[in-house]
Design a protein around this ligand. Structure first.
Ligand SMILES: Nc1ncnc2c1ncn2[C@@H]1O[C@H](COP(=O)(O)OP(=O)(O)OP(=O)(O)O)[C@@H](O)[C@H]1O
Ligand SMILES: [Mg+2]
Length: 288
């Protein structure tokens, strides 16, 4: 990869395999300046409850960031493998092939859009779960070991996760630094959120590097009194983390059928402005 010194703009190429996994300081040979090597921000889209908009959020957030000229890697850690479906692509390889060591990361990663790359999930992830289970120790860091070396190529790594709680979900929490939790505005989801936050705080005892950053209300229906009341409750409880809700939109539910993101399928729909707010929150999120 090419590294450009922020002070004198001197460019030099470094062999990817020589770049350490952890934070690295680069020494510019031209002007003697030392600077940290930029790495992607890693964001996990997670909650145990199913069907609340995790994949919809991960895909449309990832594409929204790519449309803002960021380089984004979307990683699908769900055996349902729906991220590829939502993007209308059929990658030949994915995360399991890369984890197995059969192919290089660059061959497993599929360019889905300008600025947006996908490391696909799907049924084969069952094998990755077995691989994690078989490890005597350190199984929870498997994803971390696989994805950290890729971070130098991207601005964001967005991880879509499966519903439920299993070794792969735990792995996501041992990899990402930031957590985005989508929660549908309905009573059952509120209970699901508090359960998930309890599990999250037990993981945080072992991994202090992961932080809850965003709680994203989804499926907002302003004409539903219950939905409004739940949102008010969230504002009191989670004000600091709360993002602009994503409203219910029939267009958003239709778009996957055409393999399009919401920007491509219905750029004029009101829900697009909710996603734009989310993209802004995430870009600004670097500051707090
Ligand atoms: N804001 C929205 N308006 C209308 N439909 C939506 C909205 N968000 C998501 N959906 C629809 O709800 C369904 C579930 O969404 P999605 O697959 O993103 O949830 P999920 O949390 O990833 O589910 P799973 O837990 O199974 O992975 C999909 O049919 C999706 O199109
Ligand atoms: Mg999903």
């Amino acid at each position: 990869m090419d590294i450009i010194c922020p002070k004198c703009k001197f460019k030099r190429s470094i062999d990817d395999s020589k770049i350490p996994n952890k934070r690295a300081i680069v020494h510019c040979k031209a002007c003697d300046h030392r600077f940290p090597l930029q790495r992607a921000r890693s964001i996990g889209v997670m909650i145990s409850k199913g069907g609340v908009g995790k994949t919809t959020t991960a895909v449309n957030l990832a594409h929204g960031l790519a449309l803002r000229d960021y380089k984004v890697l979307l990683v699908d850690t769900d055996t349902q493998g729906q991220a590829a479906y939502l993007l209308g692509v059929k990658p030949r390889y994915g995360l399991t092939d890369y984890a197995r060591g059969d192919i290089e990361a660059r061959d497993a990663i599929f360019k889905a859009r300008e600025g947006l790359w996908l490391l696909a999930g799907g049924k084969s992830l069952a094998e990755l779960k077995r691989l994690i289970d078989r490890k005597d120790f350190g199984g929870e860091s498997t994803l971390n070991e696989l994805l950290t070396p890729l971070e130098i190529h991207y601005d964001f790594v967005i991880v879509d996760s499966a519903p439920g709680w299993d070794p792969l979900t735990v792995n996501v929490l041992f990899y990402v630094k930031e957590l985005l939790v989508p929660v549908a505005l309905e009573v059952m989801s509120v209970q699901g959120l508090s359960e998930f936050l309890k599990s999250f705080s037990s993981i945080r005892k072992y991994n202090k590097e992961v932080n809850l950053k965003y709680i994203l209300p989804t499926l907002l229906n302003r004409s539903n009194k219950n939905s409004e009341e739940i949102l008010e409750g969230f504002e009191k409880l989670y004000g600091k983390y709360l993002c602009t809700p994503i409203r219910y939109s029939a267009r958003l539910a239709e778009a996957p059928g055409y393999g399009m993101t919401i920007y491509e399928y219905a750029g004029g729909d009101k829900v697009v402005s909710d996603f734009r707010d989310l993209v802004e929150d995430v870009i600004k999120g670097d500051d707090f």
